[in-house]
Write a protein of this length. Structure first.
Ligand SMILES: [Zn+2]
Length: 158
């Protein structure tokens, strides 16, 4: 496990215990070079299947989700790290609920819900690709659906 501070390859485990709430083993490590301490989590890789629009299945790929969200979030207030964290949260929420299979449509809706709460521009961009708006009317409907929420946010900022 590489040290996150100096990238040194070797570290030693100083403590190891179950982290039951996330079904993982938590290890405290100490870098053998810079002596800094960090924590790692070892988890079982339970796969999640995505049912596509054509009825076939594919493995849930976090990187694919991140890639799609990154494209929507470019030049918005959502950083790549936030996208990664969000993708991780979406997967771990599903796993925690015991979901082992999800429709691509439902997955898209979950992503959109998160983006809507975080950055409306990213939300609209993602929705454009995901929902495949047929015309400007559908796009405007999507924008109108978030407009009341937007006004509310502006009120709070004042
Ligand atoms: Zn180090």
């Amino acid at each position: 496990m590489k040290c996150p501070f100096c990238n040194h390859e070797e570290s030693k485990v100083t403590d190891s215990r179950d982290a039951l709430e996330i079904n993982a083993i938590r290890r405290r490590r100490e870098c053998c070079q810079c002596m800094r301490r960090f924590t790692t989590f070892e988890t079982v890789d339970l796969s999640l299947q995505v049912k596509k629009r054509d009825g076939t299945y594919e493995d849930f790929l976090q990187e694919k989700l991140i890639h799609g969200m990154d494209a929507a979030c470019r030049h918005t207030l959502i950083s790549h790290d936030q996208v990664r964290a969000l993708a991780y949260k979406i997967k771990s929420d599903l796993m925690a609920r015991g979901v082992r299979e999800i429709g691509s449509r439902e997955l898209g809706e979950i992503v959109m819900q998160h983006l809507k709460e975080t950055d409306v521009v990213a939300y609209i961009r993602f929705a454009c690709v995901y929902k495949r708006f047929k015309d400007i009317r559908e796009l405007l409907e999507a924008i109108r659906s978030i407009a009341p929420q937007q006004e509310l946010n502006e009120d709070v900022c004042r």
